[in-house]
Design a protein around this ligand. Sequence first.
Ligand SMILES: Cc1ncc(COP(=O)(O)O)c(C=O)c1O
Length: 346
Amino acid sequence: MKTIDLRSDTVTLPTDSMRQAIYNAELGDDVFSEDPTTNRLEKMAAERMGKEAAIMVASGTMGNLVCLLTHCSRGDEVILGNQSHSFLYEAGGMSALGGIHPHTVVNQPDGTMRPEDIEAAIRSDNVHFPRSRLICLENTHNYCNGTPLTVEYTKKVAALARKRGLKVHLDGARIFNAAVALGVDVKELTGPVDSVSFCLSKGLAAPVGSVICGSREFIAEARRNRKILGGGMRQCGIIAAAGIAALEQMVERLTEDHANARRLAEGIACTQDLSLEPETVKTNIIYFEITSEKISAEMLVKKLAAKGIKILNLGPNRLRAVTHYGINSDDIDLTLKALKKITEEP
Ligand SMILES: Cc1ncc(COP(=O)(O)O)c(C=O)c1O
């Protein structure tokens, strides 16, 4: 029985051409900047994002942390969404390792923070306060239905940051999902910000890795911070080779994942005891609720798992499903059939 794993796009496995690229990768010591494949990936990533330079890191979490450590000193404050991945799911790395103070602002259902709320969070120059240094955006916004932030919104926040002397970091773990969903060049979404970290290992299906892009000066300092974290990886062209294949071959196909997510959302909206507004699904992440006392999220997940289908329980009534490379429309139909069967059980 095929397992249909909809828990996350992090479960994607490398394509055959990635495995071939890994096998053939030309290697060197990247801590000496001598790994030709990593150098190639970094050049390619910087060009794609419209930035001067780039550096590969081990994960999205490391990418965000290295950027925060590079923008901020101990005691500085970061303004970020209360539903952001960096605030909720990165083990408090910014304060644990950087002494950086998170100042949360409410995320609206579309993943934005209201500019007036951001402005109100910026501290005045007063010895009682931490120094506001950085604003973090997340695009697409994982916890807010995978919603893409628009170019206009990104520009608005960047202009506000500039006016108040702050920098902007973009957690662009799924920035290509955003670009594809909005029909814009990814540069339009990254141009207004000072740094961006994006993942090779989620929808793009590479096995490991993220890339940070920014100015030459910023990336030089990020390289030092990556080293401090133990993230200098020697022959990491092994990873970069798959990343190059991901950038070259896996971006345009994200539209398939978005279409599958929409198909799943529309089916769930018509399923007894389940609730979801399909028009909120714009990329590959969907959240839905159970509206009946009859079954809990935990039970539903167990019953689906018995049929070879995995989704994420965010309990007690909330669930998440994510479409990705390896999931096709037949898998979506099988999932909908299974959900219908389970929810219609007496
Ligand atoms: C928006 C966002 N940022 C960062 C990360 C962290 O990425 P990683 O799991 O590679 O550390 C994730 C992971 O799911 C994410 O969804």
